[in-house]
Design a protein around this ligand. Structure first.
Ligand SMILES: [Zn+2]
Length: 325
């Protein structure tokens, strides 16, 4: 392939995943360098499709100069294991222990989630789930980043593109913004039909507190509202063009759900697990971890805004609307 300078092309490669979310998109930004943004899930099927699609675009594996990772989830990093060992891989430092599957880090996870279940008041019948929390990691990669990047950084060959930190869905989440065309490669931050779950994560290596994912997510959406984004190339689903509208809608949906939680604990205090059942009566049993994450997100958000208060004098913790709100 003859590499073109100055001109820029973006190709989307769609790869199947074994997860409920369905297909994942990766992108090739072709300038005088070829940058792969995200590397789909680690399955043979995904690998075969990726190679086939690459060929369709007239490219070979060895043409890829560098990889940029939007966040550490398995559907965005898994195929890295199949790429040549010397390709530079850029991402946020918080992705690194997940991508290398650092055993010292993962050993802390079960205790972290068990402690969380106790504080939230989750029924004992669900504790068996704790042993399989890291199961999706079997579709992830086993190699880390070669360099860490952060807000404002740029990558070689991507002169118009700037990196923004957008934590929320993952604490490691980054997006790439092309200031010239207004194109945002958005990972899982802005999706067409779903608002991404602000997943609870155990504290990062060396930290003692978990990140407040929902508060981070809201701040990330607000940050995106300040950029002149004309379209979002997402990690899943269709390209988003009514960007401002979707971003505003996401903030409104968030406030609506937070309000529902606040109203629920107006007269009588409740545990996080009871709030979770109230928010997701139909799906909480089937998707306990996702719905607990979302619930905890709402609780963090309301506590941060001093709209509710928490009683931590005994387990499980109980939440109640703050007096005078
Ligand atoms: Zn994803």
């Amino acid at each position: 392939m003859n590499k073109v300078s100055c001109k820029q092309e973006i190709k989307q490669i769609t790869i199947p995943t074994p997860f409920a979310v369905g297909d994942v998109h990766t992108y090739l930004i072709i300038t005088d360098k070829i940058t792969l943004v995200d590397a789909g899930v680690r399955t043979i099927e995904a690998w075969e499709i990726f190679q086939k699609e690459l060929k369709k675009h007239g490219l070979k594996l060895l043409d890829i100069d560098q990889v940029f990772i939007t966040h550490h989830h398995p559907d965005h990093v898994g195929l890295l294991d199949y790429l040549p060992a010397n390709i530079p891989v850029y991402g946020h430092k918080r992705s690194h222990p997940w991508m290398t599957q650092d055993q010292r880090y993962f050993e802390t996870h079960e205790t972290f989630y068990k402690d969380l279940f106790e504080k939230m008041g989750v029924e004992k019948r669900f504790y068996a789930l704790l042993a399989s929390i890291d199961k999706p990691m079997r579709f992830s990669c086993h190699r880390g980043l070669t360099s860490f990047v952060k807000e404002g950084d740029q990558l070689e060959g991507l002169a118009n593109w700037r990196i923004f930190e957008t934590p929320g869905h993952a604490s490691s989440h980054l997006v790439l913004f092309d200031e010239k065309s207004g194109t945002l490669i958005g990972g899982d931050l802005i999706l067409e039909h779903i608002s991404p779950n602000p997943l609870v994560e155990p504290p990062y290596v060396g930290e003692t507190e978990r990140k407040k994912s929902m508060i981070d997510y809201v701040a990330s959406i607000e940050k995106m509202l300040t950029l002149p984004i004309s379209r979002v190339l997402p990690g899943h689903g269709g390209i988003v063009e009514n960007v401002q509208e979707i971003l505003t809608e996401r903030l409104e949906q968030q406030e609506k759900r937070a309000h529902k939680v606040q109203t629920f604990v107006k007269e009588k205090s409740a545990t996080a697990y009871e709030i979770c059942q109230h928010l997701f009566p139909k799906v909480f049993e089937k998707q306990l971890l996702l719905t607990l994450s979302e619930t905890l997100g709402q609780i963090d958000y309301l506590l941060d805004q001093e709209r509710i208060e928490v009683d931590t004098s005994s387990l499980p913790y109980r939440y109640k609307e703050k007096e005078g709100v």
